[in-house]
Every structure is written in C-alpha cells, then in structure tokens.
Ligand binder design. Sequence first.
Ligand SMILES: *Cc1c(COP(=O)(O)O)cnc(C)c1O
Length: 270
Amino acid sequence: MSGSVDTLTNHDQHGRYPEATTVEDFAHKLTAVQQRIAEACRRVGRDPAEVRLLPVSKTKPEASLRLAYAAGCRTLGENKVQEAHHKWEAMQDLTDLHWSVIGHLQTNKAKLVARFATEFQALDSLRLAEALDRRLQIEGRSLDVFVQVNTSGEASKYGLAPADVAAFLQALPNYSALRVRGLMTLALFSSEAERVRQCFILLRTLREQLRQSVPVGISLDELSMGMSGDYEIAIEEGATVVRVGQAIFGARPMPDSYYWPGEVSLTRQE
Ligand SMILES: *Cc1c(COP(=O)(O)O)cnc(C)c1O
C-alpha cells in the first residue's frame, strides 16, 4: 500500500528495507521504484520522463556501489563529501560513473567537491558559492548546483529560509562555474503525509514565484525533493529529482537522527 494515497508516509519503514546484495536485487529494486514513480506521475498527469531517480549510496560499501553500477546506475548521491571523495578515488575505473553531493558542505571542503562531483545539491551560502567557484575555476570544471531551502522551519535543517532565496539567486551569476539548476529540500521527517506534503508545496510555490525574477543564466527547472519515505508525495507535488537511498540499497545501520540531527520522532504505532 502506497503511503502517498493514504495519510501516512513510509518514513517508519526505516531500518526495515532489505539489503540489496546482488545485481538482480538492485535491478528489481530500481524497477520497483521506477514503477512507483510512474504511478505517482500518472495520478497527477505528469510524464515519468520528467522525474530523475538519484540513487543515494551513503554509508554503503564500495562493493554495493559496484553492484548498483552493474544494475545500470550511472550517478550516485552521497551526503558526506569525504566519504564520496574516497569512493570516487576507489572507483576511478568506472569512468562513466558520476557523483552528486547532496549534503551540507563546509566551505573548507569546497575544494574536494570541485575536484570530482558533477552535481551539488546543498548550496546554502554565498561564501560556499564563492569557494566552490574559485576551486572549480582552478580545476577547469563546472558544477550543476541546487539551492537548498529549509521548507520545514526546523532549526536543525540546513538551507536558506524561503524569504532569503530571491536575493541569494541574484548574486549567483557572479560565479560562472556554477550552473544553477533548481531548488532542493528535505521535508519534515514525519509519518504524517499532509505535513510532509506542505513542505513540497512550499518549494514548488516558491519556485513559481522566483521564476518571474530569476537572473539570466539561472534555471529553476529542477525541484529535488523526496526520499525513500516520501518520494511519491514529492512527485505528486512536482519533484523532478527524487533522492532514494534505503529503498534501493537497503536500510542504513544508524537511525536517521544520526544523519539529520534533531529529527522529530515518528508517531505511527505498529
Ligand atoms: C540520505 C539522504 C537521502 C535519501 O534518504 P533515504 O531514506 O535513504 O531514501 C535523501 N536526501 C538526502 C539529503 C540524504 O542525505
């Protein structure tokens, strides 16, 4: 039963997603997620080709990532830059494997992202934009970026306040190595679908407002929102990128509070 047609998200599945251990496992899970993406699109009259599935491999060992690659994954999402950089170094033989860094980045680590990532989804300060741009110019590279927006209002979440995004975007054309593609958010981590949906609606509405005044060279076509527990809701509200980890790779050993400090506890009772 899909959480999105019901009033609950699938966030309470945490720790219960089975581990993928063979190429066939990955192939099956990828197909299953793609099917659910297609169904969510159908419910709201969208074309599934508008939605990109970004598999998130954080905390998983290199061997798992290689299985995912063998099953067809060509871009992997990681939320910690050092872990991503190590994996990139170890997997240089896979020349068409690309890396998307989706987690908060400290300015002093911009150098690492500039070296290997093709996409960065958590841009949230001009200091960071400047550091990334400077390092990218040195490397002779460019980077697709998403501006992270805090749509849940939780102090523990990274990202710009919605009211600050317009002014932030105006400054981004100064950084010519950054190709701004759109907005990214992490919704409230809740089992209540309606509260989660409000975060996605907020991001889409903000995008529509900002589109009127966006500077030349900046695109807001992409909306990166939705993860294993809520990607179908995100698609119903306009996501063009969904970042799905556990539903493909299997549960992570640590609770989500380890990755996102301060998460609310879930209320669903089994
Ligand atoms: C880990 C992570 C995801 C994926 O979460 P899952 O529950 O594994 O699907 C999505 N976005 C960000 C920013 C993440 O760090």
